[in-house]
Design a protein around this ligand. Structure first.
Ligand code: C5P
Length: 420
């Protein structure tokens, strides 16, 4: 039994070279116990034969709106009502435009209008088409209309271009579907976080050098914000301590904005005694300028080098995780993130021990398609129970879905530790 057992998935396929990946996706879904019905546009049939999907899913493939034979079987309205989730992979730029304007000229667009099921779109197209303002506008319009957009992957494309626009691999799409059903079992999950208080740090810190310059890093804050959103959805009370980022605070989350590591530490320490779980997702600057100049540092005509003296910033996570003798106020359950470019697993496990953590999420930031700035990530969760360390890899997925998976796993592990 898996979380997909008997779930009803309507898999839409539109015309793009990536349509072949959907055959692998259909196979994974069927293997996991889902009932899969496939709807193909005319364009999709130019790339893959409907017979392929019929053989993989064991169900006839739906291709036309005005086909009396198909309507006599499972008609389009019945099909629209049948689905628990509609996923369209690949979604072409043309289909996005048609959906964004509410058109219903073929079976797939009609189903999207007629169904009350969530519709998740996996756009796949040439990188220039993806970046085109018209496609970006349609993406926003679709999100406003309630569609979920699965971020396209980056990398080499079939046309030879390199950039964002690839259909994520079938395994990533499968994980997406799985986590959708996992996090959409409200009775089971909503209760999981009730009564718990979570503090999450996110984003970079900025360490000023003078009134106009600072030291910082490439952290976008997306992972921390995704965790905060997931924690709120699971019913926890969330305090987000955020460095400067360009993101909207998720619904139900209290946010304190900070700039420097020292300010972030101060905000976290204030919450220490009322925090059950502390998650340090921020990319805190390791060093700050020893002295911040009052006035803008001026370039000197006779000086080719400038030497800055930096001093170490406090380690917020290690401070929060420090053991305490006070039985009334034990230290929070502490979770770290280890963004590394090499020996990722070793460094992460060392930090887990050295910073006295309960869990750590290891993240390889040498791969530009994941990690900093990207919408996707692939991580390994290490949890510690006494001397035992457990390793749990979470495959490539959107940061949003990973945030949900991680939060479910962390809450479950936290509760297990409370009982032990
Ligand atoms: O030691 P390193 O920076 O690699 O550790 C990463 C973890 O420690 C992350 O969870 C990060 O948020 C946290 N950290 C912190 N304060 C610092 C440095 C890192 O909380 N000054």
């Amino acid at each position: 039994m898996t979380g997909l057992n008997n779930k009803r998935l309507l898999l839409g396929i539109s015309g793009g070279i990536a349509a072949y990946k959907s055959a692998f996706l259909a196979r994974l879904l069927v293997k996991a116990g889902a009932q899969v019905r496939v709807v193909m546009t005319q364009g999709a049939q130019a790339f893959v034969q409907p017979l392929t999907f019929q053989a993989l899913t064991g169900n006839p493939v739906h291709t036309g709106l005005l086909d009396p034979e198909a309507e006599a079987g499972m008609g389009h309205i019945e099909l629209a009502r049948w689905a628990d989730l509609i996923m369209i992979a690949p979604t072409t730029a043309d289909l996005m435009a048609r959906l964004a304007t509410g058109q219903a000229g073929d079976l797939l667009t009609t189903l999207c209008l007629a169904s009350k099921a969530p519709v998740h779109l996996a756009p796949a197209m040439n990188q220039a088409m993806w970046q085109h303002p018209a496609t970006q506008r349609n993406t926003h319009l679709l999100e406003e209309l309630g569609y979920t957009i699965i971020p396209p992957a980056e990398g080499e494309q079939a046309c030879g271009d390199v950039g964002a626009g690839r259909l994520p691999e079938p395994e990533a799409l499968f994980n997406w579907v799985e986590s959708f059903f996992q996090t959409n079992q409200p009775k089971l999950t909503k209760k999981l976080g009730e009564g718990l208080r979570i503090t999450i740090t996110a984003g970079p810190t900025q360490e000023p050098l003078d009134p106009v310059r600072y030291l910082s890093n490439h952290s976008s804050g997306k992972m921390g914000y995704a965790l905060a959103a997931a924690a709120a959805e699971l019913g926890t009370e969330v305090q987000l301590i955020s460095g400067p980022v360009n993101l909207t605070v998720p619904a139900g989350v209290n946010c304190t904005q900070v700039i420097t590591a020292e300010q972030m530490l101060e905000a976290c320490e204030k919450l220490r005694s009322t925090t059950d779980i502390f998650i340090a997702c921020a990319a805190v600057a390791d060093y700050r300028a020893e002295a911040v100049a009052d006035q803008k540092l001026k370039k000197q005509a006779n000086q080719d080098e400038l030497v800055l003296k930096l001093v170490k910033n406090p380690d917020i996570l290690a401070t929060m995780a420090k053991a305490t003798d006070n039985k009334q106020q034990p230290r929070p359950f502490c979770v770290g993130f280890a963004a590394e470019t090499q020996q990722v697993e070793d460094y992460a496990q060392n930090k887990l021990i050295n910073k006295n953590l309960d869990a750590i999420v290891a993240n390889d930031v040498s791969d530009s398609s994941i990690g900093f700035g990207s919408d996707q990530n692939r991580v390994i969760l290490f949890t510690r129970s006494g001397k035992q360390i457990n390793r749990d890899p979470l495959p490539l997925n959107s940061k949003q879905a990973l945030g949900q998976q991680l939060m479910l796993k962390l809450l479950a592990f936290y509760k297990e530790q409370q009982i032990l």
